[in-house]
Design a protein around this ligand. Structure first.
Ligand code: 5GP
Length: 111
């Protein structure tokens, strides 16, 4: 079964796409918890950070590169959080690797 993010990547459902390249896609979170709340998602389906394997670690660098770029573009380069929830116990709800880029005013502490 496809994850919701695969459906977005495959244009089966819509999203506000802010950035895309071979490895990652960045979209606006549908339920923002900060003034700027962007999801940076690997195109490769990796269930969570804990499931990432040798050969795919470069994707974490790609995510940071895109986060830096978007932070600048959205004017939050002087204050942002870049986080991933690993596992249900940490609040992960979509099991397809993604990082939250949060900045501007935070609406809520928990993600
Ligand atoms: P997680 O809880 O797995 O760390 O984060 C999943 C995030 O995906 C949540 O912040 C949630 O609001 C967002 N999300 C879930 N479904 C959709 C969707 O269909 N479109 C967009 N843009 N965001 C989604």
């Amino acid at each position: 079964m496809e994850t919701i993010f695969e459906k977005i990547i495959n244009r089966e459902i819509g999203a506000d796409i802010l950035y895309e390249d071979r490895d990652v896609i960045a979209i606006k979170d549908i339920n923002p918890k900060a003034k700027v709340h962007i999801l940076i998602i690997t195109k490769k389906v990796i269930g969570s950070l804990q499931e990432i394997e040798e050969g795919d670690f470069y994707l974490l660098g790609e995510i940071v590169r895109v986060a830096k770029r978007l932070a600048k573009e959205y004017g939050i380069e002087d204050g942002y959080r870049l986080i991933t929830n690993n596992g249900k116990k940490a609040g992960q709800s979509v099991f397809h690797l993604h990082f939250h880029l949060l900045g501007g005013s935070l609406f809520r502490e928990e993600l």
